[in-house]
Design a protein around this ligand. Structure first.
Ligand code: ADP
Ligand code: MG
Length: 337
């Protein structure tokens, strides 16, 4: 099947800065695909390359099988929802949404009717006459979404679109965005530095670091089987165990990740460890143990019977919960393509 978006050995260097450095990636039609990584890892530059606001310094991008270099940004069938929404303050909500159709030369009556439909889609019916300044952050976000969808793009690019919203609204918008994407069956490329957001929303995730992809996979693959220390650290607060300790535990010399929720308290057997501290999280309790000079964090039931700090407990985990990793980060599975 033709990919919706394909990066082939794409670089975008700014002088000595390698914002995007040898990217190989295929995003399937209809996928909700997240670009996840810390600030400065090249996510926005990757989106801008898809949109055509940046040009690769090496390699090329294909959009639905077509070389993108040949297509100017406005003809790419791609639209962007920006982090700061970038609504036109002097236009009404309805005019903002209809703007893309106006640029295409669609007659006024038709484009306003279509914009009205889009406002319904994003659950803002009847808001058309208002000024963007009169809306809340969440409402502006929805207007930006409606505006980006009005031209029926085949690929929608979203750059940290929920970053400015408070937690409750952000969670609500995550659900809404996801269900909207499934209904419209448009390819979404979603940039975020929030691992929880990527895990809960995306069909697949590419984890970025320093302009490179460290791993590509489904949320479960990325979470359960991180390939490198970087991914284990960045995605979820995993325990990353050093080769010395892992060799003693398993006989194999490698870095390993151990998810805090896989660590259990047992009354016999297991490994002896000293409780350092614990904190109540509501639904769970987080406990930090000293194990052979290494800190291990455990996520336990809220009513777990913990010893006093400084006293010994016994820890256990399943053999398969200790996930061995490669020492050095490597390219994603498409890296060889
Ligand atoms: P992210 O979105 O993951 O935070 P960016 O793609 O915005 O990262 O930036 C990646 C790197 O490229 C950063 O070091 C950033 O400073 C640099 N960069 C981005 N755009 C430019 C530019 N136009 N000129 C110079 N450096 C840039
Ligand atoms: Mg960015």
């Amino acid at each position: 099947m033709t990919s919706a978006v394909r990066f082939k050995n794409v670089c975008r260097h700014f002088g000595a800065i390698r914002a995007v450095d040898g990217l190989n990636l295929e995003i399937a039609p209809g996928e909700f695909f997240a670009l996840l990584g810390p600030s400065g890892s090249g996510k926005t530059t990757s989106l801008r390359l898809i949109a055509g606001f940046e040009r690769p310094t090496a390699g090329h991008i294909e959009i639905f099988g077509e070389r993108a270099d040949a297509i100017p940004p406005y003809r790419r069938n791609v639209n962007t929802v920006f982090q700061d929404y970038a609504l036109f303050p002097h236009l009404s909500v309805l005019e903002n949404v209809a703007y893309g159709l106006k640029m295409k030369g669609v007659a006024k009556k038709q484009r306003l009717a279509r914009a009205e439909e889009l406002l319904e889609l994003v659950q803002l019916p009847g808001y058309g006459d208002r000024s963007p300044a009169k809306l809340s952050g969440g409402q502006r976000q929805r207007v930006a979404l409606a505006r980006a969808l009005v031209n029926e793009p085949k690929v929608l690019l979203l750059d940290e679109p929920l970053g400015a919203l408070d937690l409750k609204l952000r969670e609500q918008m995550q659900e809404e965005l996801k269900s909207l994407q499934k209904r419209l069956a448009i390819t979404f490329v979603f940039v975020t530095h929030d691992q929880g957001e990527a895990l809960s929303m995306a069909d697949r995730i590419a984890v970025f670091n320093e302009g490179k992809i460290m791993q590509v996979g489904t949320p479960e693959e990325i979470y359960r089987a991180p390939r490198s220390r970087f991914v284990a650290d960045f995605v979820g607060s995993s325990n990353v165990l050093p080769p010395d300790l892992v060799e003693r535990l398993t006989g194999t010399r490698a870095w390993a990740s151990l998810r805090p929720e896989a660590v259990r308290l047992v009354s016999r057997g297991g490994h002896s460890a000293t409780l350092v501290s614990s904190s109540f999280l509501g639904a769970q309790r987080r406990a930090v143990f000293d194990f052979d000079g290494f800190q291990i964090t455990a996520l336990l039931a809220a009513d777990a019977k913990l010893p006093e700090p400084g006293k010994t407990a016994r820890l256990a985990w399943g053999e398969s919960d200790l996930h061995l990793m490669e020492d050095e980060p490597v390219d994603g599975p498409e890296g060889a393509a």
